[in-house]
Design a protein around this ligand. Sequence first.
Ligand SMILES: *Cc1c(COP(=O)(O)O)cnc(C)c1O
Length: 337
Amino acid sequence: MSIDLRSDTVTRPTLAMREVMGSAEVGDDVFGDDPTVARLEELAAGILGKEAGMFVPSGTQSNLCAMLTHCERGDEYIVGQSAHTYLFEGGGAAVLGSIQPQPLDQEPDGSLAFDKIAGLVKPDDFHFARTRLLCLENTTWGKVLPLDYLESVGGFAETHGLALHLDGARIFNAVIASGKSAADLAAPFDSVSLCLSKGLGAPVGSVLVASGSFIKEAKRWRKMLGGGMRQAGILAAAGIHALEDHLERLADDHDNARRLSQGLALIPGLKVDPVQTNMVFVDASGDQVATLSERLQDQGVLIGGYTGGKMRLVTHLDVSANDIETVISAFSEIFRA
Ligand SMILES: *Cc1c(COP(=O)(O)O)cnc(C)c1O
């Protein structure tokens, strides 16, 4: 089998995960009858220190439900230029919610600078959209939002009358890298979306967590978007297993990413960004670049396309420490030639 570094979404459910899925107690979740979905929602909300949760098929739908709940038609959300909610979700908030995005460049650490945000909050004047929401991402492009930033963002948002949403698709990678609890990292935010289908290794699903009243409203949007699922406990069981058994092991992915970055950094022609979590970004130069993906594939190594001029290599639970050595050797061989 190939070593697949394209994304941490390529993981396959483990045998243990398939077993809990197979024996999950289920009911019709649109009727609120599925005990396993309810258990997952409670578990996720508890871990993130929020009142309630909502299980959804994807992170994209989770973020969209959150934005539709926070904002009305003609409102605006402030978001990073290369944030998932702006760049990689088909413009859903604008297309389906008539919510105008106000993107801005992230700082090198992944945060959005307060003075820049403040300059983009529109005055109360009918010429403008109503700036309602600030949307952040943690981790973002493999980086953990600085803790002192998280400490001040709540006060900043309050001063400017902004609600706060966190796209926490990989919040548990931030937990492992920072040593903080998920509840601490989630504390400033009114709503948080997390992905079960990334490094946590579940086949499907995300959970949106927030206050009870927020989730009640978000469930209306989920139904409208086609995200009401019936015997979804089969999927939720995988999510529970992921939250109970796959959190700590994210540290292995981080170790593997670090080792990969160290190995690649020694190869002439490769420039490697500092690694914080499970993503390695590599700048490659030279004649090898044009055929690099193909040549790696010949050696059983799959890498993602170039994003922002760099290759992205992502570690996850189906990539072992041995695999990392194989990948480093494959790169060495190609760049030696
Ligand atoms: C993967 C991801 C999402 C959601 O993706 P889905 O594929 O819709 O589950 C949202 N935000 C970030 C940062 C992501 O990486």
